[in-house]
Every structure is written in C-alpha cells, then in structure tokens.
Write a protein that binds this ligand. Sequence first.
Ligand code: GAP
Length: 545
Amino acid sequence: MDDIQVAGQRQPKVANHGYLRTPKFIDRMATEIDFKTLTAHAKENGFIYQSSEIYDGLAAAYDYGPNGVLLKNNLKEYWWRSMVQLHDNIVGIDASIFMHPKTWKASGHVDAFNDPLIDNKDSKKRFRADVLIEDHMDKIEGKINKEVAKGLKRFGDDFDEAEFRATNPNVQRYVQQYDEIAKRLATAMTDGNMAELKQIIEDLGIADPDTGSKNWTDVRQFNLMFSTQLGNIAGEEGKLYLRPETAQGIFVNFTNVQKTTRQKLPFGIAQIGKAFRNEIVARQFIFRMREFEQMEMQFFIQPGTQQEWYEQWKEARMKWHLALHPQSKLRFHDHDNLAHYADAAVDIQFEFPFGFKELEGIHSRTDFDLGAHQELSGKKMQYFDPETKESYVPYVVETSIGADRLFLATLTHALMDEQVPGQDDPNNTRTVLKLHPAIAPVKAAIMPLKRNDDRLVNMAKDIFNDLRFRFEVQYDDTGSIGKLYRRQDAVGTPFCITVDFDSIEDGTVTVRDRDTLEQVRVKKEELAGMIGPRVGMGTLLRSAQ
Ligand code: GAP
C-alpha cells in the first residue's frame, strides 16, 4: 500500500515479484492509450479539469466536469448498492468532515500520520524519502520488465516467463537488488528510522530527479493532516482537522448505529465521503490528491473471527472489481510489515499506466480504533452479545477504496484506440471509451439525421423527452451523424439512436451499438424496454455477487 494502512503510519512498499506483465498483456499494449493522452482526453471530453485552472491550477486538486460527475456518481452507486442495498447487515451513514480533535488523538493520526520528508539543498525542492527510494525500485522493476520483453521477442510463442525469470542471470541480479532495497526500506519505515532512510538514499546515489543534485538535508517526519481554526475558540483548543480518512466517522458512531438499527454482530457500516491529506508528492493526475473521496466499510465482528472475515472480504472485493475490470489488471499485494494494531492487510492493486499500484485496501484492524476511542472518551464502545451474554469491544475488518482512483482505473482500462470494427483498413481507427454500460455517463444519445428538418428534429426530441425520465440521455444535432457517433464513442455512450426519413414513415429508428457498431431498427416504443435493462445496474451488481 502506498498510503496508510490504518490510522497512524504509512506502510512501506514491499518486495513483490512474479507479477510482471504476461506476454498477453504486452500484445494488448498496442491499443492502450498512454497516460498523457488519457489526461488530455479526460479534459477535452468534460471528465476532469485542473482545479482553478484560470489561475494556473492548484496542484493535486481536480474538478469533475459534466461527464466526469456522471461517471463518478455511477461508480459510487455501484459501490453503495453492492455494500448497503445488497447486504441485510450493512447500513450506511454520512458523518461530518469535522470531528472532535480528540478523535485524531485516539486514532493515532496526531502523533503518527506522518510522511518522511527530505529537501534538496540546491534545488530547494521537497520530496518524500520513501517515494524517492520506491521510484528507484520502480526503475529496477522496469529493467526486469525490459529483460522479460526481450526474452519474449527472442523466443516468441515458446517463451516461458516463469522459467525465464528463474534462470536469467540479469533478471535474478535485478530481483536481488530490488529485494534488498525493499527490505531495508520496510524496516526503516516500520521503525520510523529517518537516519536509515537518508542512508539508503545516499547508498543508492539517488539524485533530485529534476536537477541531478545529491545535496540532501536529513529526513524528518511531516504530519499529513490539514488543520483549521474554529472561529470562537482561540489557540490549540480550537484547532480542528479536515478528516484524513472517513473511517473514524464510522468508529465514533458505532454504538449509535448499533443501537438505533438493532443490528447484531457481524454487521457493517458504510460511508462515502471526502478525505484530505497534505500529500508531499502529489502527481499522477487523480491518483494522489490532497482532497479526494473514499468509500469505506467497517465490518464489526466477534474477536477471534477476524481471519475468516478478512478472507471473505478479500474474495468479495476482488469479485466486485472483476465485474468491472479484467483479471490481468488486478492483483493482491500482501503487506509483509503490519502496523502494531493490524493483524492482516492486503491491497488490491490495479495496473495503472505507471505500474501496479494500490486501488483498495482490506485491513483487519482488530479492536484498535474502538478500544482507543473507548479509552480516550471514557464511553463504552462495546457490544452485548445476546448469545454468549458477554460484552466486548468488537474487532473490525475494513475495506477502503478511493472513488477517484477507481475512476482513474476505469478510464485507464476503458479508453482505447482501435481499428473501426467491420473495416479492413488498419489505419481506419477510432478512440472509444468502452465503459460498462451501467457506469457510462450517458446511456443513449438521440440524434436526427438532419438538423434542418423539423419532422426529424421533433421526433428525435420526443424520444429524448420520453427516455430522459428513465435513464441519462443526450440530444445532439450539432454535427454530421459520423461526427456525432465519434463524439459519443469518446465519452463511452453505449447506444446512439438515429431518427431518419424512414422513422417518419414507420415509427422505427436505428440503434447503434458502441462496441460492435451493429445497427438494428427498432420501433420507438420499444427503445426503453430494449436499452433500459442493458444500461441498468442490475446485471453489473449480479455479476459481482
Ligand atoms: N481507512 C484506511 C485508509 O484510509 P488508505 O490506504 O490510506 O487506508 C484507502 O486509503 C484508499 O483511499 C486507497 O486505497 C486509495 O484508493 C485512496 N486514497 C488514499 N490516499 C489518496 C490520495 N491522496 N488521493 C486519492 N486517493 C487516495
């Protein structure tokens, strides 16, 4: 995990070989779009804009445009309905962003939610020491990938990647280097050993990536919470924090929710909301932001059952992702070094254009959080078990995913350049966003064949005004049909409905499928029945079960 595992301290990157690209993946690269093109596409098509762009932007803050907000809402709905609607024993809340400052003392964030910082004395730039080391490790991983790609090229279909990895001396040398660094980094991070982090940077000869200078300061801890001040209380007493995770809003409400819903253990509380972290390294577009949205679920269980529930949630969450994304893009990544209050933790990683990175974390958090709140608040955070007639502080298994990261993963996988289906000419290509129809921002676009014919326009508008009551649709007559189709492909609209001169005669329209480009003629009265079930959330939700 590249972020915190649970409240308190960030977890270091650990060695993780054996997951590099398969030959199949290398083949598919030809149609995938590079990261720069993806960010440009996101802006040009109304998905994501830089925050306050007219003032040259604010780093690590982004705004969702008209298509972006629709897509993000659909992703959030997919998560919420999977969690809350489809589980009798999971309920939702919406806690406030501001919480009593003692919350963050109890959770460990005030004392230990830190990043190790290092400054370059020449360039005056600030870096995260662990990220500098991780970037160095990524370069080594890149060299391993290169060797594997060379092997694939040399041996073609006979290439046995596992065998190659186990025997190629270059790969083995790089793997050993990588593992040694990973181990040192993990130990230094777990021990909070800032001097050792600096030593690793010096030993590896890591330079400022922009200037090449190796003139570094010592490494020091930097707390990531944003703070603000209450208007009516001066000084420390009035200091408030913007929540760095939504989870604590769930923990402090545990007894409220349990009592008012009369839920019995095991049960979960889910929440979607904003979180804020003063990230030092804020880059890679919406992957790491200072203001972002989390979708978290705390599952409260009987102590001693955590291993079983941890495994169940791991499986359930992976299934949820697989309903949206291919298996080759996803993997588990175990944590070797656990924080003292966790007894198991794993990331679900996604292959972003810059490599496999954390998308979601699943953490067995023991009774750490409820126990800490009980102690500091003096209020009981216990559950009376009607079967055993005992009271205890429940254990917790948490699932935590960033909505923005999920958005980026979805765009990364869905956006592609491809040869136009049904066309022989390989140079005849299109850019298409192959989103699952249930999460596509717009489900169908309705367009008249000619915009200067009132009969076509009126019929298209009638269809639009009917369908808009059922799902998200768009009316468009601002260009030629070919141009309008391409525009809809670029934002992932699964269906285009065209009203032509036959439509006026017989009341039928053409429906074009985004992926196959097949066109069928359908009576206008049958449109809702045909498209509705294919763009609804039901199929997606079912396939995630
Ligand atoms: N409550 C546990 C927790 O917050 P985390 O791994 O720090 O764990 C969970 O965060 C998820 O939140 C991550 O897997 C990631 O998807 C998302 N996330 C964390 N920091 C982020 C950031 N700066 N920008 C965007 N998403 C972030």
